[in-house]
Structures are given as structure tokens and as C-alpha cells.
Design a protein around this ligand. Structure first.
Ligand SMILES: [Zn+2]
Length: 114
């Protein structure tokens, strides 16, 4: 990987981290406990709960991805970054641009069923 490609990936990761942090902040906002609202009947309340569960899932997914991206960002100057952990071949740069936290190349991902 060239220095220029690394810089490009760092920019991509930073943009993604900012976007995810925004998403997490707005999810945290909606995830505040539902206030007891007497005007809601039980069906409304059930639907609110379902929405809430979807938001909790999105929140967890976003947080996990944020952690992986932060780790990738710290790792990018290591020699192991961008190398498949399974076959030790270079991971395609286009793939890294889409998923900078990739640890496996596409064919190993498929083989491992990830
Ligand atoms: Zn591989």
C-alpha cells in the first residue's frame, strides 16, 4: 500500500467515524427512556417499544462499527494493516475503501463464511 493510499484511507475512516458518531448521538437521544404518557393506549405503547428495539439494535451495530473503525485507524500505519489474516495476501484497496476495517480478503471471507 502506498503512503497516498494510506492517507486516502485515513480520510475515509475519519469521515465514517464522524458520520457514525453523529448517528450514535442521535440514537442516544431517541433511546432515552420512554416517558409514561397517559394519552397513549397500550397498542401505541407496544409500537413505541418495537421502534425502540430497532433503535437499540442500530445503536449497538453503530457502536461496534465505530470501535472497529477506530482500531483500523490506529492500525493503519502497521505493516499488518491491509493484509488478510488468513492467506496473508494484500486485501484489495477498493475493498478497504469500502470497508476499511476489513481483516480478510474477499475470497477468505467467503471461505470462512463471514
Ligand atoms: Zn485471504
Amino acid at each position: 500500500m502506498t503512503q497516498q493510499e494510506k492517507e486516502e484511507l485515513k480520510n475515509i475512516i475519519q469521515t465514517e467515524i464522524t458520520a457514525l458518531a453523529d448517528e450514535i448521538a442521535s440514537l442516544e437521544d431517541v433511546l432515552k427512556p420512554i416517558k409514561k404518557d397517559c394519552s397513549l393506549d397500550s397498542i401505541d405503547h407496544k409500537m413505541l417499544k418495537q421502534d425502540q428495539n430497532i433503535n437499540i439494535q442500530r445503536y449497538e451495530v453503530a457502536k461496534q462499527r465505530l470501535n472497529r473503525l477506530k482500531a483500523a485507524y490506529l492500525n493503519i500505519d502497521n505493516t499488518e494493516y491491509g493484509i488478510c489474516q488468513e492467506c496473508e495476501e494484500d486485501i484489495n484497496i477498493e475493498r478497504l475503501k469500502l470497508i476499511p476495517e476489513s481483516k480478510y480478503c474477499v475470497s477468505c471471507m467467503n471461505e470462512l463464511g463471514l
